[in-house]
Design a protein around this ligand. Structure first.
Ligand SMILES: Cc1cc2nc3c(=O)[nH]c(=O)nc-3n(C[C@H](O)[C@H](O)[C@H](O)COP(=O)(O)OP(=O)(O)OC[C@H]3O[C@@H](n4cnc5c(N)ncnc54)[C@H](O)[C@@H]3O)c2cc1C
Length: 530
């Protein structure tokens, strides 16, 4: 049976004031190795250190009150099932896993464990592969607090830095968001078992036998439910075009990887793709002294968001932002076409990400440019062509996004063939076909995988897919901040299944048929009319 292990930890238990001050002075950008000091928005330097320390104390007290006001966590009501280690295993301790773990607890679902293969401080993307200065989403968007305002980013930030400081923010600084999530984890007491990787799911009747590796040691635990909150790369991995994959591995890195920025000083870098991550990686390479960065886009232009206008209607592809959790209810045709719209559009890049790279004279965007004939040249560099123009690079960065391919996900090796995909359930009309769309799982109303065939593989309903693969079924990139509104739906579905499974009709029968025994009449006896 499962015993809590040494690597189960919450975020630091004491307020780490230095953590609060971090981000007030400078932002560190770049993944893993890269560290570049950049000017921070003025708003973040608004409070002097002693004032900030007072603010941190105030935040602590305010949060304590808020947690008291929402009341104790409900008792675990889930009827235990003999021989099973966990009711729910949440795979991933990033922003999704943290808030799903917390929500399950608030729902009274006990025996939940959150695992993450990363070490403390390295979960999620915000301090590793995210390289932008600011989040791409608006600063006022609801986050994992899910209605408990005192746990929101805004409450955290305004209490520490002041209302005027929040008002002055353009968007949320990436490192502030990371610090906020640490704080959210700490104040909600959400435990994560770090350095614990889900290797494979093996079905065992309707249960799930989980092959884990914890600090390098294999172990097996069983669960009734698994939530895959394993991120953008959690349903197929990075999308690396074949012509890049064919190169020797030291000549290229996908944006999800450890790009050797420091080694790129004085070098010529090629970036394939022109989305937000492409601009961020190009900027960090240039900030680290790259001699030239060439970005290649097959599209004719770079899209960026128009300045917000109070009169503007909601963008058509997003529907109504305050009911986006209802997008699952849309007919298949509408969900499919929403996906096509997003897939065919030129991805919008925040203007500040564009400007950060464009300010370098040695940054070159090649539009309408399909890099071809890519190979390792005799001088050890990467050669490639666009039309008749030849290029040579010391390193190629693949900013080519993610793919959905359940067959490529090791955790699903034993089960993926049984999972219903959109290609099994929906036939698009001529001209609307999409191989990328067809590879998405066709999910049930609680993010669960559904069996491909009418009979068998019912255990799939106990694997809930809260990652990018859910984007087609749910109409938003699942994992993004806007997708937190879908989490109550996921948690309600899990609670419902555990509840229904635990119903003991015979015990209920016995209970309602038991003879009623009258309590003593002593308290009212003297008033009983005779
Ligand atoms: C570069 C980039 C920038 C983004 N910017 C924004 C933005 O500005 N605004 C926005 O709303 N969204 C943004 N997103 C999308 C989304 O918000 C992030 O991807 C976010 O990190 C998703 O959170 P998550 O918890 O779902 O997944 P992640 O943060 O990716 O966390 C997944 C966790 O699962 C763990 N894990 C994976 N596999 C296993 C396994 N087998 N066993 C155990 N643990 C495992 C990982 O270690 C990781 O800690 C961005 C995405 C990227 C890639």
């Amino acid at each position: 049976m499962f015993e809590p292990t040494e690597n189960e930890e919450a975020a630091p238990t004491q307020i780490d004031r230095r953590g609060f001050f971090r981000g007030a002075a400078a932002l560190t950008v770049g993944g893993f190795g890269a560290a570049v000091e950049v000017a921070t928005p003025d708003a973040q330097t608004a409070r002097a250190a002693p004032e900030l320390a007072d603010a941190a104390d105030h935040l602590e007290k305010q949060t304590e009150s808020a947690m008291r006001w929402i009341g104790r966590d409900p008792a675990d009501w889930v009827r235990p099932r003999a021989g099973v280690d966990h009711n729910v295993v949440v795979v991933g301790g990033g922003q999704s896993g943290l808030s799903i773990g917390y929500l399950l607890r608030r729902k009274g679902v006990g025996k939940v464990t959150v695992i993450d293969r990363a070490a403390p401080g390295e979960t999620g993307i915000w301090r590793t592969i995210a390289r932008m200065h600011q989040l791409r989403t608006p600063k006022t968007m609801g986050g994992p607090e899910l209605g408990n305002a005192a746990l929101s980013f805004r409450a955290w930030y305004e209490t520490l830095h002041g209302t005027a400081s929040f008002d002055a923010l353009d968007r949320i600084a990436r490192t502030d968001w990371a610090d906020y999530l640490d704080w959210f984890q700490r104040v909600t007491g959400t435990m994560v078992r770090y350095r614990t990787r889900l290797v494979e799911i093996e079905p065992q009747g309707d249960l799930l036998k989980l092959h884990l590796e914890s600090d390098g040691v294999p172990r097996v635990e069983t669960a009734r439910k698994v939530v895959l909150a394993n991120g953008y790369a959690g349903a197929g991995g990075p999308n690396v075009p074949e012509f890049i994959r064919a190169l020797p591995p030291d000549l290229w890195t996908h944006t999800t990887g450890n790009i050797p920025f420091e080694a790129l000083a004085g070098k010529v870098v090629g970036v394939v793709g022109a989305g937000s991550s492409a601009f961020d990686a190009a900027a960090v390479a240039l900030e680290n002294g790259a001699a030239e960065v060439h970005m290649f886009s097959r599209r004719a232009y770079i899209d960026y968001p128009a300045p917000p206008s109070p009169q503007a209607p909601p963008p058509l592809d997003r529907g109504y932002p305050n009911v986006s959790e209802l997008a699952y209810e849309l007919p298949d045709t509408v969900r499919w076409r929403n996906f096509l719209l997003g897939d065919r559009r030129v991805a919008s890049v925040p203007l500040d990400s564009i400007m950060r790279a464009v300010e370098f004279d040695d940054f070159h965007i090649h539009l309408n440019s399909n890099l071809s004939d890519v190979a390792r040249a005799s001088n050890g560099k990467v050669s490639g062509k666009v039309g008749s123009k030849s290029f040579q690079f010391d390193h190629l960065i693949a900013a080519t996004g993610y793919r959905i391919d359940l067959a490529a996900q090791p955790e699903l090796a034993r089960v993926h063939e049984a999972i219903a995909l959109w290609r099994d359930k929906y036939k698009p009309s001529a001209g609307d076909e999409s191989a990328a769309g067809a590879a998405h799982p066709y999910l049930g109303a609680g993010f669960e995988f559904l069996p491909r065939n009418a009979a068998g593989a019912e255990y799939l309903r106990n694997i809930h897919c809260f990652n990018l693969a859910a984007a087609l079924s749910y109409g938003v990139p699942v994992g993004d901040v806007p997708s937190v509104v879908d989490q109550p739906r996921l948690v309600a579905a899990i609670a419902r299944d555990l509840y229904v499974e635990g119903i003991d009709t015979a015990a209920h029968e016995r209970f309602i048929n038991a003879p009623l025994t009258a309590p003593s009449a002593a308290p009212y006896e003297r008033a009983v009319a005779t």
